[in-house]
Design a protein around this ligand. Structure first.
Ligand SMILES: [Fe+2]
Length: 586
């Protein structure tokens, strides 16, 4: 039985394909359309899913959509009516996409895919919950979902038991932790639904002491938080319920200044506000989690929704609460709901037993050696073919050790927002200048943003102060942990200002080539850790095809590309006219 899950029209459109309960393919539309956070109908991702199994739309038994559009439309109408006439302009702006696109999803699916069978609509937070729980290793778990907003819901908690999900409590729009985080993101001059993680990174530069950070006390005014974790946003500080913008004038007054312009200097005040926001978010979620543990009496926790991408907090959950184990899928945000929708139909609606645990994130397209060779030959690209895996590992490890920046393109593309060793840029973390080198050669990104380390799971506890046993979400780069004091200077390029690292742990069973490369590098450097950053430049989605990878290398300062068994040196090939600087503008 094949089930196709679809999520689109808000942000991060995606498609996922289930075969008899097992996820066999999943990808975000942005990787194909090359438009970051693409919201459009994910036709390319769907074509990829079908092609990966050699099937056509006629083989699909059910299609699921990640939310109930009419229920969401009801919320939009109701919020605009309540705020009329203030909301009139935004209302008029939003209507065309509702009338032409969002409310016509059934028609679009039938027309674009020529699909005649039933289409099922799963509530948004149920899609979030299912997208993590039903593919997790837990038979039974407490579930918490938090995002900006779905139809009406912004936060839910409940319990998952085998193939049943019971969401017991919910908090509704306009009360939303996700929207608080996005409002402050917008106030600090970063883009909403895109740059929340930058604010998280910035928070470490601010005052993380609750008693001395004056913005922590101030920010507490924007939310009324009860002991059981239920909360209400103080709507004097927000205008997202009727306008295109998010912070109100009152909020600017509270935070001692106007909204920061994107190119304006980041001051101590901005850093302290980011820190205060992180502290407040952690307070709220900890309260909710304590309550969820109390009502579910369950030690396993499933986290989902965009807020589950807050890896700084994720790393603290097992220390701050009574939960003993945690699991989060590689893409807990809206992208991940296509998996949730399809899994919910197969397991919870059709009642099939769970038979699949997601152990790695390699669900995207892959290319055979012959496909890569054909691409290289057709484009007259100069390369060296490497005869054995051993040689490939030795050569690549040496290049990285000699401070080259290496594009690493191997196997199937990762699912989710993070590069996890299939479409990664790898470099030497022991070189103190590597952060600057990467920023000059490839990333052009803000100085305050850290680079991430990747370490083999069996070496992680030597270098990082992780929970024990190391939770699986660390494999998906979703847990930030302190780097042990004695190693911080040695790997300063991946040590954040507060001594933490947003590590990825890798197990050999997930990706043996990547794992062996890190070990090989360790033989040269005595530290088996690499810098792993996504294979793209700022403002562009992660590369998907050999063409994307080659183009990215030639347009930036990446020195070598290791693609399948082929080694390509940038300087051996004519420089492309493609100007990476032009695209580095998010
Ligand atoms: Fe969501």
């Amino acid at each position: 039985m094949y089930i196709l899950g679809i999520g689109c029209y808000y942000h991060d459109s995606s498609a996922a394909l289930l075969k008899d309960g097992e996820i066999v393919a999943a990808a975000q539309e942005e990787r194909f359309s090359r438009k970051k956070h693409d919201t459009s109908f994910p036709i390319n991702a769907i074509i990829y899913c079908l092609k990966s199994q050699n099937i056509t739309i006629k083989d699909i038994d059910h299609i699921g959509f990640y939310e109930k559009p009419f229920l969401k439309f009801e919320r939009i109408l109701s919020q605009h009516l309540q705020m009329f006439p203030l909301s009139f302009k935004t209302f008029l702006n939003s209507m065309p996409s509702w009338i032409n696109e969002k409310l016509r999803i059934i028609r679009t699916i039938r027309k674009e895919l020529k699909y005649k069978k039933d289409i099922l609509f799963i509530e948004h937070h149920l899609s979030h919950a299912a997208g993590s729980f039903l593919i997790s290793p837990f038979e039974k778990a407490a579930i918490l979902t938090i995002d900006g907003v779905g139809e009406w819901t912004t936060t839910t908690c409940g319990i998952g038991n085998e193939n049943d999900i019971n969401l017991m409590k919910e908090i509704k729009f306009p009360n939303s932790i996700g929207l608080i985080y996005s409002t402050i993101t917008s106030y600090l001059g970063f883009s909403v639904n895109n740059s929340e993680y930058k604010v998280m990174g910035l928070s470490s530069y601010g005052d993380m002491n609750k008693s001395t950070n004056k913005y922590y006390k101030k920010l507490k005014k924007i939310i009324d938080l009860k002991e059981d974790g239920s909360y209400k946003n103080n709507m004097n500080y927000f205008i997202y319920h009727y306008a295109d913008k998010m912070p109100s004038r009152e909020l600017c007054k509270l935070l001692d200044g106007p909204i920061r312009k994107p190119d304006e200097e980041i001051t101590k005040r901005h850093k302290d506000i980011a820190a205060a926001l992180q502290l407040l978010t952690e307070d709220i979620i900890t309260k909710i989690l304590n309550y969820v543990h109390k009502i579910t009496k369950c030690d396993n926790l499933i986290l989902s929704g965009g807020v589950a991408l807050n890896s700084v907090y994720n790393g603290r959950i097992l220390r701050n609460t009574r939960f003993k184990r945690i699991w989060i899928q590689p893409d807990p945000g809206d992208g991940g709901t296509s998996i949730g929708t399809a899994s919910y139909i197969y397991h919870s609606i059709l009642g099939n037993k769970r038979n699949f645990i997601l152990k790695d994130a390699y669900l995207g397209p892959g290319y055979s050696t012959e496909e890569v060779r054909n691409f290289l030959d057709k484009n007259k690209i100069k390369y060296t073919e490497i005869k054995s895996e051993k040689e490939l590992l030795e050569k690549t490890a040496r290049l990285i050790y000699k401070d080259n920046v290496v594009g690493w393109f191997q196997g199937r593309m990762e699912w989710g927002p993070r590069a996890l060793g299939a479409r990664s840029i790898l470099s030497n973390p022991c070189n103190k200048k590597m952060k600057e080198i990467l920023n000059i050669k490839v990333k052009h990104r803000e100085k305050f943003r850290p680079f991430a380390p990747v370490v083999c799971e069996d070496d992680a506890l030597k270098y990082f102060d992780c929970d024990i046993p190391i939770p699986e979400p660390a494999d998906f780069m979703l847990m930030v942990y302190p780097i042990k004091k004695q190693w911080q200077k040695e790997i300063s390029a991946v040590t954040h200002v507060d001594g933490s690292g947003r590590l990825q742990t890798i197990r050999r069973s997930q990706n043996h080539l990547y794992y062996d490369l890190i070990k090989q590098f360790g033989k040269l450097s005595r530290i088996p850790i690499l810098i792993n950053t996504s294979f793209n430049i700022r403002g562009e989605p992660i590369v998907c095809t050999p063409y994307d990878a080659y183009k990215c290398m030639m347009g930036t300062g990446i020195d070598y590309l290791v693609i399948d068994k082929f080694l390509i040196r940038r300087d051996d090939n004519p420089k492309d006219k493609w100007n990476s600087e032009k695209y580095a503008n998010d």
